[in-house]
Ligand binder design. Structure first.
Ligand SMILES: [Zn+2]
Ligand SMILES: [Zn+2]
Length: 335
């Protein structure tokens, strides 16, 4: 292993360059992972464009990328698993392990959480990263490197769908046909949902949603009446979509707010009159093993969502792929 590695660094919005940096050594309890694939997330694009997401603001150079797979290349003191050579999906968060939230098992809500590519913590557009050994999850040969990277957004969907009681017979409405919406659709299907409807204003995205197993798709602009559903997975954070999603609910339905947005309003009369259950969701905890099993079984198709590959020098092209190509779903960076 060389002592230096190449890293794609975002210096300020729209200014990125590849630099040489030292390879990080794994500290006690950590493993070092040689990165194989990083899939681009909408949040990476948002940092590239604006240098911030809400309260998370870049105050210095930042390495983007948090959807990561690789091979364990070194282990720190006290680590006996996973061993060097193990292919892993990287869960990109590190919690304190001592606070109330950590003690209660909600480690993703730890106030001292650090998460890849969230300022000031660097991400994985790099050849090597280090993570706690327990956050490097072994993956079976059935999963490609690209699919193993996509366990991260799949974990978001597994956690979000897990917030609602989705099982055989559940009628589900997925608001938004982007990558997270497509993953929520597939997870709801895998859990036995009876009917999944996906809403998106873009015709191509509606076609893709049908290809990934949606029973029906709707164009929210057409104001079509939707049959009432038991569960809404709102993946846009956009007011008009939230309004449409809430109006599609049956009494006592659960609305899971997955998409992020600055602020939306909810119609109190509908929320109260139908006794809706509104749930927030933030990242995930404890779901990587389930997500890996779902992907390995074929219940969720990840490779089919990959639409382009780029080297580290093409990281900007990867970030802009979704904007330039209407057929793009997920771009992959292979450092
Ligand atoms: Zn993401
Ligand atoms: Zn904590």
């Amino acid at each position: 292993m060389s002592a230096e590695q190449r890293v794609a660094v975002l210096h300020e919005p729209e200014r990125m360059s590849v630099e040489t940096r030292p390879v990080p050594a794994p500290g006690p309890g950590d493993v070092q992972v040689a990165v194989r694939a990083v899939t681009v997330c909408g949040s990476d694009v948002h940092y590239y464009d604006h240098g911030r997401i809400g309260g998370f603001v870049m105050h210095g150079p930042l390495v983007l990328g948090h959807e990561t797979s690789g091979v364990v290349s070194a282990v720190g003191e006290g680590v006996d698993a996973p061993a060097v050579g193990t292919r892993v999906a990287v869960e990109p968060q590190r919690n304190c392990g001592r606070c109330e939230q950590c003690a209660r098992g909600r480690y993703h809500l730890c106030p001292w959480i650090s998460f890849f590519a969230t300022p000031p913590v660097d991400g994985s557009f790099a050849q090597y990263v280090t993570v706690p050994a327990g956050r490097a999850h072994p993956v079976p040969d059935a999963l490609s490197d690209d699919a193993a990277a996509m366990i991260e957004p799949l974990a978001v969907a597994v956690h979000a769908v897990g917030k609602a009681d989705v099982g055989p017979g559940t009628r589900v409405f997925v608001s938004g046909g982007g990558p997270v919406g497509l993953l929520c659709l597939q997870v709801a299907r895998a859990r036995g949902a009876a009917r999944v409807t996906v809403s998106d204003p873009v015709a191509r995205r509606r076609e893709v949603a049908l290809a990934f197993g949606a029973d029906a798709v709707v164009d929210p602009g057409e104001g079509v009446e939707i049959e009432p559903v038991d569960v809404v997975l709102e993946c846009t954070g956009v007011q008009a979509a939230v309004d449409a999603a809430v109006s599609a609910t049956a009494p006592a339905a659960t609305v899971v707010l997955v998409g992020t947005g600055a602020q939306v309003t909810l119609p109190l009369d509908v929320v109260q009159g139908r006794e809706l259950v509104i749930k927030g969701t933030f990242r995930y905890a404890h779901v990587y093993p389930a997500a890996i099993a779902m992907a390995a079984s074929g219940a969720v198709r990840l490779d089919e969502m990959v639409t382009s590959h780029h080297g580290l020098d093409g990281a900007v092209d990867a970030l802009l792929a979704a904007r330039r190509d209407p057929d793009a779903i997920k771009a992959v960076v292979r450092p």
